[in-house]
Design a protein. Structure first.
Length: 381
């Protein structure tokens, strides 16, 4: 019998109101210290009131070095941050919505810059990063988050360890599948040792933009190892960097980047005009088909038994239902549809809408370079 995607779903201790999750989306709304703000709480309340299955927070940095260069990233790098997270989580729980903390280290693209490049990390530094993730998960647990999701996708630091395209290390952390997984599995074992029953989700790349990167076969092997290590669910995404819009396919927001990217926005108009064609040429636009990670997720599903969450271009009721009822996915997730319509699930459920109004302009992403999250609907301002 077909699954009703609007009915509640239980995964260990996590209650999902339905099978449609808000995928992690950087809101850029932490306060100047990196703690959750009232504006962030407001955004999450809108999602909760709009019947989302659960919220995965925007990425939260586990350490000072791991912070994004984009402003307003949340931090969970010290115990004195627990109270701020706890009061936000409590408010979201009052709205009967589960909330999952996405933990990340931005690696080379974070404020740590060169010293956080995978090839430059000393063994001591890697051990520190391992501890940072474990401690961050314990803090998320103490703050009341329903689970953590480790960000192993999109070219951030842990994703760099996992991918043969970026991991060229010749020590115990590179050179084989086991070695590339070592840091991640050590983190998972470390969390399990301290808080055994706490649900751990991971977001992985099912495919990458490079011939020597992760493909669905390698992603399946990674997924199997993660399952064996005790991970509770896997969200399948894709992409390493901006070249092809990474995980969020669609238009390359060239004009928006010229207006907001730190090294570009201050350039005089005539320089921007000169740069524009080159910038557009540097990035290859990948057609935004619907459910573009489905094929890799289906392959991963053959390898593991734990629940899979599919994300990437699922922007309609049909996409959601087909992923679950025709392709065996357990849950579905979306990001951009919730930026333009925080009550997207409610609209689908009530029949007011059957697809997202998102036009995949990706201006929301480029805007994050100097301001908080919003929908631009193709406009540049
Ligand atoms: C503005 C914006 C911010 C994002 N921030 C994150 C993030 O913090 N962590 C993450 O794993 N993915 C992030 N993503 C990627 C989304 O979670 C998602 O994987 C991707 O956009 C594809 O899903 P969609 O087609 O539903 O947007 C972000 C995407 C957008 C558009």
């Amino acid at each position: 019998m077909a699954i009703n995607i609007f009915e509640p779903y239980q995964l260990k201790s996590i209650n999902f109101n339905n099978r449609i999750i808000r995928s992690a989306t950087d809101e850029g709304l932490a306060d100047s210290e990196g703690d959750p703000s009232q504006d962030l709480l407001k955004m999450y309340k809108k999602l909760a009131n709009g019947h989302v299955g659960a919220i995965i927070t925007g990425f939260i940095s586990v350490s000072k070095d791991g912070k994004s260069v984009m402003p307003g990233m949340m931090m969970i790098d010290s115990d004195d941050r627990i109270a701020g997270h706890a009061s936000m989580v409590e408010e979201i729980h009052k709205e009967n919505c589960s909330i999952i903390a996405q933990l990340a280290h931005c690696g080379r693209s974070g404020v740590g810059g060169k010293k956080c490049q995978i090839e430059r990390l000393s063994l001591e530094h890697i051990k520190d990063i391992e501890k940072d993730f474990i401690n961050a998960a314990i803090r998320a647990y103490k703050a009341g988050y329903d689970a953590v999701e480790l960000h192993l996708a999109h070219g951030y630091l842990l994703s760099e360890f996992l991918s043969p395209h970026t991991n060229k290390r010749k020590d115990m952390y590179g050179g084989s599948l086991e070695a590339r997984l070592k840091l991640i599995l050590d983190i998972i074992f470390g969390i399990r040792e301290q808080i055994p029953a706490y649900p751990i989700l991971v977001k992985i790349n099912g495919s990458e933009d490079y011939p020597d990167g992760i493909d669905s076969e390698l992603a399946s092997q990674n997924a199997l190892a993660l399952e064996k290590a005790g991970v509770d669910a896997i969200e399948v995404s894709c992409g390493i960097d901006w070249n092809s819009m990474g995980p969020s396919r669609g238009k390359i927001p060239v004009d928006m980047l010229l207006a907001h990217y730190p090294q570009l926005k201050t350039k005089p108009k005539f320089i921007k005009k000169l740069i524009r064609p080159n910038l557009a040429g540097l990035m290859k636009e990948v057609e935004a088909t619907s459910s573009y990670n489905l094929a890799s997720a289906v392959r991963i599903k053959e390898a593991v038994k734990i629940p899979l969450i599919l994300v990437g271009g699922l922007h309609s009721l049909e996409d959601f239902e087909s992923a679950i009822n025709e392709h065996g996915m357990d849950m579905v997730a979306a990001s951009r549809p919730f930026i333009i319509e925080p009550n997207f699930v409610e609209k689908l459920e009530s029949g007011v809408a059957s697809k997202s109004r998102c036009i995949e302009c990706n201006n929301c992403l480029a805007g994050l370079y100097d301001r908080s999250l919003r929908c631009y609907y193709g406009k540049v301002f």
